[in-house]
Design a protein around this ligand. Structure first.
Ligand code: IPM
Ligand code: MG
Length: 356
């Protein structure tokens, strides 16, 4: 039996509530299955650490994480510190440092959730958005000159490399191939962005030849938003650039009922480094410390982590527990129109896991 070494990084805001909840659920899973073992190490990195030490995480922080099997992350963001500092100082540092180039974001309408999307049944909506997570619009390349002067100029340069595009498109085709519908939509904007996105399209067409059994199409990102609303069942797996997928995945989460539910995996598919799992909701300072945060996004992220670790039985058990809990409106948190607390939802999922 392998002991999975898990790093937990709650970070900021409601991350400090949902990550301990995620750990509690993993402990409940472990208690009810003698073949499952996790060893947790907790890291106090984030905005409070920044106020004490001037950095979001220590310089040798990545070395502390390197031997872990996976990372459970909460969120980074603080009203008192500029967002680009909290983001680049912690989450992106880990994503880029460990080359977690595939960001995977599944969307389904879970039982009991009132989703605004009326043009399909919950069962017809089963999307996975694959987000390029290492370059593109988030490359960090750019700068500002003549700051504060009328002639000030600023650039954020999108960088796409052939290697970077090939690996994410290939990952998406593989994922699509592993799913029942074997269908991939390549999201693009090559009508307006006439260099990098044209290369993106060319690479997609080339890689597609390696996957003759996958049905694929191309959709401009603006049209993709409309298609998600109007013809949701026509989509299955999608692949998009860093920024395009960032936007599409918020839309997907809202269409499935709440940002509080949506999970993410930041994956290094080659497994050279630990992958990192997190809810997509962010730090939500308006509700922090009140016990109102929806922990379901974290629990679903734990499901993705378990799948990544090869613990498929435990992943299935946890997903079933999550669905049993969302099916009960008395266990809905405020973002879902209910009044349940983080603790009540967590206890209910732990109880369902133990019964399974
Ligand atoms: C996400 C978030 C982040 C992103 C923010 C916090 C910068 O919105 O994970 O989607 O854009 O990557
Ligand atoms: Mg986002």
């Amino acid at each position: 039996m392998k002991t999975h070494r898990i790093a937990t990084i709650p970070g900021d805001g409601i991350g400090q509530e949902v990550v301990p909840a995620g750990r509690q659920v993993m402990e409940a899973l472990m208690k009810s299955d003698s073949n499952l073992r996790f060893e947790f190490t907790d890291y106090d990195w984030g905005a409070d650490y920044y106020r004490k030490h001037g950095v979001m995480m220590p310089a040798e922080g990545l070395d502390q994480l390197r031997d872990k099997d996976a990372i459970l992350f909460g969120s980074a963001g603080d009203p008192g510190i500029p967002d680009h500092i909290t983001l680049w100082g912690l989450r992106l540092k880990i994503c880029q440092g460990f080359d977690q180039y595939a960001n995977v974001r599944p969307t389904r309408i879970l039982p009991g959730i009132d989703a605004p999307l009326k043009r399909c049944t919950p069962a017809q909506l089963d999307w996975v958005i694959v987000r390029e997570n290492s370059e593109g619009e988030y490359s960090g390349a750019g700068g500002r000159v003549h700051q504060g002067h009328p002639l000030e100029a600023a650039t954020d340069v999108t960088i796409m490399t052939r290697a970077g595009v090939e690996r994410i498109i290939r990952y998406a085709f593989r994922l699509a191939q592993s799913r029942p519908r074997k269908q991939l939509t390549v999201v693009t904007k090559s009508n307006a962005q006439r260099h990098a996105m044209v290369m993106w399209d060319e690479i997609a067409a080339t890689i597609a030849k390696e996957f003759p059994d996958v049905k694929w199409d191309k959709e401009l990102v603006d049209a993709a938003t409309a298609r998600m609303v109007n013809r949701p069942a026509s989509l299955d797996t999608l692949v998009a650039t860093n920024l395009h997928a960032d936007i599409l995945s918020d839309l997907a989460a809202a269409l499935a009922g709440s940002l509080g539910i949506a999970p993410t995996g930041n994956l290094d598919p080659e497994r050279r480094y630990p992958s990192m799992f997190e809810p997509i909701h962010g730090s939500a300072f308006d509700i922090m410390g009140q016990g109102l945060a929806n922990p379901i996004g974290t629990f679903w992220s734990v499901v993705m982590m378990l799948e990544h670790l090869g613990e498929n039985a435990a992943a299935g058990r946890l997903m079933a527990a999550i669905e049993a809990v969302t099916a009960n409106p008395a266990l809905h948190t405020r973002d879902l129109g209910g009044s349940a607390t983080t603790r009540q939802v967590t206890d209910a999922v732990c109880a369902a896991v133990s019964r399974a």
